[in-house]
Design a protein around this ligand. Structure first.
Ligand code: NAD
Ligand code: MN
Length: 360
């Protein structure tokens, strides 16, 4: 019997709806599996915590998470608190505090999902975007001077380090190598940004030599958006900077049918700290409290969590249950053009996880 300690951080908005659904799924999995147990600890951090205590999470919050095997995170974002406070005060604090430098975002068109690309067959789009998650444009280096004055000035400096670029390139080449097509696209903007992005390209070339069996190419980020739409099958694994990959992965999620489906993992590949798994969507103010949130992004994130814990068979069982449910249009939420509720989708996926166990 293996017991994993899972931290649940629902956060704000629909995070409070999809994370309980995720917990139900893990409980259904444990009930069906026999040799797998989860112990949950919930942390009510986010906008409400900010209103009560003036901070999104306690100052010693990371210490409470350190002993966990993994973190399942909902979303940070509150209609009444500026976004840079909610983001930096919670999600980035955890990502940076635990040096989760590899953000991994798989994208596929799941069975039954109608994507917007008319010329794209379901098998033409099968990507993993690797996002540098610790520095670059979101390093937080910069400042403002002369606030409010006509001569006010502000900077955000994109900070790239050789060690930081090297480790994300090694991770991305390694991931590409583990996938059937062994193909990596290095996304860049070294035509316009002639310092850090040129170093990024140089390091990609150096790391590529360590992975002779990986076929790789380079694409400018703007051209990459067009390639994702026009020639999706030419892409497999992509690696991009913090900002570039942030944008590309929302595009990828939309091309795969909905933001409500897409998962992500914030990994510390060296396993010094717990890694964090979350749907890529935010708090979705427009639908929060209605019971309409699509929980599939959270469920797929749980698949990644299980893979990270080394529970490949359980991960596969959950993924099959997800695909079984998406194939049924009667179980599509509103973002997919259906009318199903969070609860109905959750119940269906949990039931399938149980049924799959009975079948073998
Ligand atoms: P969003 O992802 O919250 O919503 C964008 C659109 O997608 C909305 O119309 C929403 O209803 C829809 N949508 C998103 N997830 C859905 C789901 N699971 N099911 C059904 N529909 C879904 O993005 P936004 O509107 O740009 O941001 C809202 C807030 O969330 C902001 O405060 C933002 O900072 C925050 N945010 C947080 C994270 C995070 O914590 N990782 C990520 C993105 C945005
Ligand atoms: Mn984003």
């Amino acid at each position: 019997m293996k017991t994993y300690r899972i931290a649940l951080i629902p956060g704000d908005g629909i995070g409070k709806e999809v994370i309980p659904a995720g917990r139900e799924l893990l409980e259904a999995l444990a009930a069906a599996h026999g040799a797998l147990r989860f112990e949950f600890e919930r942390f009510d951090w986010g906008g409400d915590h900010y209103r009560a205590h003036g901070a999104m999470m306690p100052a010693d919050g990371l210490d409470a998470l350190r002993a966990m095997d993994a973190i399942l995170f909902g979303s940070a974002g509150d209609p009444h608190i500026p976004d840079h406070i909610t983001l930096w005060g919670l999600r980035l604090k955890i990502c940076q505090g635990f040096d989760q430098y590899a953000n991994v975002r798989p994208t596929r068109i799941l069975p039954g999902i109608d994507g917007p690309l008319k010329r794209c067959g379901p098998l033409d789009l099968d990507w993993v975007i690797v996002r540098e998650n610790s520095e670059g444009e979101y390093s937080g280096v910069g400042g403002r001077v002369h606030p409010g004055q006509p001569i006010e000035a502000a900077t955000d400096v994109s900070m790239m380090t050789r060690a930081g670029v090297q480790r994300i390139m090694r991770f991305a080449f390694g991931l590409a190598q583990s996938r059937p097509r062994k193909r990596l696209t290095v996304v860049t903007k070294s035509n316009a940004q002639r310092h850090a992005m040129v170093m990024w390209d140089e390091i990609a070339l150096q790391v590529a030599a360590e992975f002779p069996d990986v076929a790789w190419d380079k694409e400018l980020v703007d051209a990459c958006t067009a390639r994702m739409v026009n020639r999706p099958a030419t892409l497999d694994t992509l690696v991009a900077t913090n900002l570039h990959a942030d944008i590309l992965s929302d595009l990828a999620a939309a091309l795969a049918g909905s933001l409500g489906i897409a998962p992500t993992a914030n990994l510390d590949p060296e396993r010094r700290y717990p890694s964090m798994f979350e749907p890529i969507h935010g708090s979705a103010f427009d639908i929060m409290g209605k019971g309409w949130a699509n929980p599939i992004g959270t469920f797929w994130s749980i698949v990644m969590l299980l893979e990270h814990l080394g529970e490949a068979q359980a991960a596969q069982r959950v993924m099959q249950a997800i695909e079984h449910v998406t194939a049924d249009a009667a179980l599509h939420t509103r973002d997919l053009g259906g009318t199903a509720t969070t609860e109905q989708v959750t119940r269906a996926v949990c039931a399938r996880v149980g049924a799959a166990a009975l079948a073998g």
